[in-house]
Design a protein around this ligand. Structure first.
Ligand SMILES: *Cc1c(COP(=O)(O)O)cnc(C)c1O
Length: 231
């Protein structure tokens, strides 16, 4: 499966180039390989090529792959149903897709039972698309205040999924808005909130996201090729 190595090399090179354009250091940016619909062999191949973090958007896929794929950090990046938190609470390093208080409360409860503090990102629907989850920008501050009293949750940053545009320049503005909000929250020093990660950028738009300040990018097709949902 030479193509996986070639793809990862190519993504890394594009990451370096994007960094150079804006004077950033590529070491600051974490590449998450998104492995939805990808089988274990291919995931393990990517891990052999230096991938340390993988992202899944369905709880079931994490459960199915967790044992067969080891020595890697798992990230929950997709919409998370409250009743499924219990299945992943001991498996994932970071939940990127936190978008409502009922979910936060359940994560807090399960994290407490597991004797851990769960790191989360708040998902923001910057472009206010009907088809996407996430909070509106203007609701983020209230949300952070509601999370503050919960002792088993640590907010580590923000995440967004930008609208799909053929030309990623057209979504640069959304990345800019989220980066500004990220810096603003950092300055305000909310208790229990540590603005460390800005998770934005996918195969089609990660270079623009990096130019605008992303330090986590989530790349699926760019590494593994087109997804086959009919398996
Ligand atoms: C699928 C997915 C990605 C990766 O998308 P690609 O276009 O395959 O790079 C990133 N983030 C989330 C939340 C996803 O569901």
């Amino acid at each position: 499966m030479l193509y996986i190595k070639e793809n990862i090399d190519s993504i890394r090179e594009q990451m370096n180039e994007a960094c150079k354009r804006v004077g950033r250091n590529a070491d600051e940016i974490q590449l998450i390989a998104v492995t939805k619909t990808v089988d274990r062999e291919k995931i393990n191949e990517a891990i052999a090529m230096g991938i340390t973090d993988i992202g899944e958007n369905r709880v079931q896929e994490i459960m199915d792959k967790y044992v067969a794929v080891s020595n890697v950090h798992w990230h929950m990046i997709g919409h998370l149903q409250t009743n499924k938190v219990k299945y992943i609470i001991d498996k994932v390093k970071l939940i990127h897709s936190v978008d409502r208080i009922s979910l936060v409360q359940e994560i807090n409860k399960r994290a407490k039972q597991n004797n851990r503090i769960m790191d989360i990102l708040v998902q923001v629907n910057v472009a206010k698309e009907d088809t996407k989850f996430g909070l509106a920008c203007e609701d983020v501050y209230d949300f952070l205040k509601q999370i503050q009293p919960l002792e088993h949750i640590k907010v580590k940053g923000l995440m967004t999924i930008a609208p799909y545009e053929e030309n990623p320049e057209d979504i640069r503005k959304y990345f800019k808005i989220l980066k500004e909000m990220f810096e603003e929250i950092k300055l305000k020093k909310f208790l229990g909130v540590e603005m460390q990660y800005l998770s934005m950028g996918m195969t089609n738009d990660f270079q623009v996201a990096i130019e605008e300040g992303a330090n986590i990018i989530r790349v699926g097709m760019g590494i593994f090729g087109r997804r086959n949902y009919n398996k």
